[in-house]
Design a protein around this ligand. Structure first.
Ligand code: ZN
Length: 398
């Protein structure tokens, strides 16, 4: 379903499966950048692209004080839904349009932001625009990332007319951000304070985020003895694929026991021949949950089952949102607002880790399905999100 809010963007990057594919610095995403500039210009906002490719639309840039920033991202995963990202940007513009039409004027600068390459769908590193801005990623490393066609980020930026030499930490810009509120489509049916599953379970159109769950990725390598599938007796084999299978089952078992999420979404078997016992097998574990110690317990259970140490590839500790700002956001939209955690990372989390007060608003997704063409929100809920965001901007920048 396409909501009236998203109708201007709906056809951009549309694929035959019904999803949208809007990779950073590729044609569809560049079209959305043009849309952003036009939408901002129509509202009389000043548009700029920062050195990391993030888009900013300013209202009252010359006003004193730090900016109140609202927005999200425009890129998508491959064949994703059309709500993840654009809803936050479209709602931000809609909120400012409503305030302007009502004759309201800000007392501090306001910016609508669209962070570049949030999904990492093309170069494999999520929240790239916000991480570069805050200095959380080394620019040299980022520029050398390659997509599936062997194109580097530097080359993709250059082809899109953006100078890659401008990429890197931007403390002056960061210092201008007084607070950031990201509105986002709800993802999953996460536990709400009080016990309901998701905003649908709570019967509410809009909620606020408590925190982003801690999140780790580990790799386990299992060694085998390669041999012929037709000549090696079962008793003589050292087959790492069997251990890998046990490991995958253990991840699921331990996750259920510990009440966390554990996923093996990637495995590699070498040499990968049908008629050979493998020389090695690797599996990657993605684990997240409310409590970091339980996430680590899952990995410990896996290590003990396989008798092999897991190599940590990345770890992001629990990312809290700003309690005072979240209370302000809740007060602006009527006080009693459901609170839910996010199992997914967001630019708001990156800014929060950089010390910026941040909060998130979620708009009800009846199924919880995300990163899929099935992702959706009902139009009244999307409009409730705009109303909420409008009230937040009015309270925080009026
Ligand atoms: Zn998103």
């Amino acid at each position: 379903m396409t909501d009236v809010l998203l109708s201007e963007l709906s056809r951009v990057g549309r694929d035959p499966a019904g999803g949208v594919t809007r990779f950073a610095w590729a044609a569809a995403e560049l079209e959305l950048r043009e849309w952003f500039a036009a939408r901002a210009a129509a509202l009389g906002l000043d548009v700029e692209t920062d050195g990391n490719g993030n888009l900013w639309a300013w209202w009252g840039a010359s006003l004193p004080g730090t900016a109140f920033v609202v927005g999200s991202h425009l890129d998508s995963v491959r064949s994703g839904g059309e709500w993840d990202g654009p809803l936050g940007v479209v709602s931000a513009f809609a909120a400012l349009a409503a305030l302007r039409d009502a004759g309201w004027t800000p007392t501090r600068p306001i910016a609508v932001v669209a962070f570049a390459d949030e999904e990492g769908g093309r170069f494999g590193l999520a929240c790239l625009g916000s991480r570069l801005l805050t200095g959380a990623v080394d620019p040299e490393r980022a520029l050398a990332l390659v997509d599936d066609d062997g194109v580097t980020l530097a080359e993709a930026m250059t082809a899109a007319g953006h100078d890659p030499r401008l990429v890197g930490a931007d403390p002056d810009r960061l210092a201008k951000i007084g607070a950031f509120v990201e509105l986002h489509i709800e993802q999953g049916r996460m536990p709400i304070t009080g016990g309901a599953r998701g905003l649908a379970g709570a019967g509410r159109p809009v909620g606020v985020a408590r925190a982003i769950w801690p999140h780790g990725r580990w790799r386990i390598d299992l060694a085998g003895v390669p041999d012929h599938a037709g000549t090696t007796a079962l008793a003589d084999r050292v087959d790492p694929v069997l251990a890998m299978a046990e490991g995958i089952v253990e991840v699921r078992r331990a996750a259920a026991e510990l009440d966390v999420l554990g996923t093996v979404g990637r495995v590699r078997v070498l040499p990968g021949a049908v008629n050979a016992i493998a020389s090695s097998a690797s599996l990657w574990v993605d684990a997240r949950g409310e409590q970091p110690e339980r996430v680590r317990e899952l990995v410990a259970a896996l290590e003990s089952r396989l008798g092999v140490a897991a190599a940590l590839e990345s770890w992001t500790d629990v990312t809290p949102f700003d309690a005072a700002l979240t209370a302000d956001v809740a007060a602006a939209i009527g006080g009693e607002v459901p609170e839910l955690p996010s199992g997914a990372g967001h630019d708001a989390g990156v800014l929060s880790l950089a010390g910026i007060p941040t909060a998130m608003l979620f708009v009800r997704n009846p199924t919880g399905v995300s990163h899929s063409p099935e992702e959706q929100a009902e139009e009244p809920d999307a409009l409730a999100g705009v109303t909420a965001l409008t009230a937040v901007v009015r309270r925080m920048a009026g």
